[in-house]
Design a protein around this ligand. Structure first.
Ligand code: SF4
Ligand code: SF4
Length: 177
């Protein structure tokens, strides 16, 4: 049986076609997190094309991407980079690659737990748990206060209608693995 290549696996898992990338750099130019990443989105795609699995699964880029979709909105080939980053993260977790960024796995898991429990992330609760579990009590306090002042960190969770559907999605994803 023919072995699936890295690019084929990522294409299957993300539903995207990294082979179509033109290397135009529009995604990288617009990515708000690029200054902190070791590889920008264009480079990530190029490394996928070159089969550089190890480099990507140990990179900080896959964990720092916030899934904001700016890259997808700018891409002339309609490639959704956030989905590709998701597929890379899932592969790294499944194959037990260590994440480069400290506490990023804790952050990732608490974030997903919050979405699973409430249908969308409840920032105040999620960040509270993150502070307790990471021990980083005072880090980014100023930023947190600013978010609170601007109404970006409500004290009560928002109600969403499709909470059951979100749980169902998580169940299906766990069964798929
Ligand atoms: S989705 Fe990720 S890679 Fe794309 S612009 Fe946002 S942070 Fe950057
Ligand atoms: S914007 Fe699209 S085509 Fe251009 S480099 Fe990024 S992924 Fe490739």
């Amino acid at each position: 049986m023919k072995k699936t290549t890295f690019i084929e696996t990522i294409s299957q898992q993300s539903g995207e076609l990294p082979a179509r990338c033109l290397g135009c750099l529009k995604c990288t130019a617009g990515c708000p997190i690029y200054p902190w990443m070791d590889y920008g989105p264009t480079r990530v795609i190029r490394l996928i094309q070159l089969g550089q699995k190890e480099r990507l699964l140990t990179s900080s880029a896959i964990w720092l991407c916030v899934g904001c979709e700016t890259c997808a909105a700018r891409c002339p080939m309609k490639i959704d980079m956030a989905r590709i980053m998701d597929a890379l993260r899932e592969m790294a977790l499944k194959e037990c690659y260590e994440a480069k960024e400290p506490n990023i796995l804790l952050f990732h898991n608490l974030f997903l737990n919050s979405v699973k429990k409430r249908g969308r992330v409840f920032e105040a609760e999620f960040l509270g748990w993150y502070k307790i579990k990471s021990g980083e009590f005072f880090k980014d306090m100023k930023l947190g206060l600013e978010m609170f002042k601007r109404g970006k960190m409500p004290l009560w969770p928002s109600r969403i209608k499709a909470k059951g559907e979100v749980r169902e999605m998580f169940k299906k994803e766990i069964a798929r693995r």
